[in-house]
Design a protein around this ligand. Structure first.
Ligand code: FES
Length: 106
């Protein structure tokens, strides 16, 4: 797999608006989030502890981690609430037809 190459990870139907989905790209766990019809991709482990963010809750563009309640702004990856202090790593997303592609980066 080449860095920056887009890999198909899911169908748009798999991540309806307001939902999260954990996928794997090149051995890396990535979380997809559908915010009002726009799909975003970011690391599927909280920056506080290693816990899957895909198990969290999405409300508008804000994602709450299910373990200790840290909140992140999905489009930017910015931290909205402690205990997390580091932002999320964001991946580039492309939607073609009903297919969702994520840029496989190192
Ligand atoms: S692991 Fe996410 S807030 Fe602690």
């Amino acid at each position: 797999m080449v860095a920056g190459e887009f890999v198909r990870v899911a169908s748009v139907e798999d991540v309806p608006p307001g939902r999260l989905l954990g996928v794997e790209v090149g051995g890396r766990r990535i979380c997809l989030a559908n915010v009002d019809g726009e799909v975003y991709a970011f690391q599927d482990n909280c920056t506080h502890r290693d816990f899957p963010l895909s198990a969290g809750e999405l409300e508008g563009g804000a994602l709450t981690c299910a373990w200790h309640g840290a909140r992140f702004d999905v489009p930017s990856g910015r931290v909205l609430a402690l205990p997390a202090i580091r932002p999320l790593k964001i991946y580039e997303v492309r939607v073609e037809g009903s297919d969702i592609y994520v840029a496989a980066q190192r």
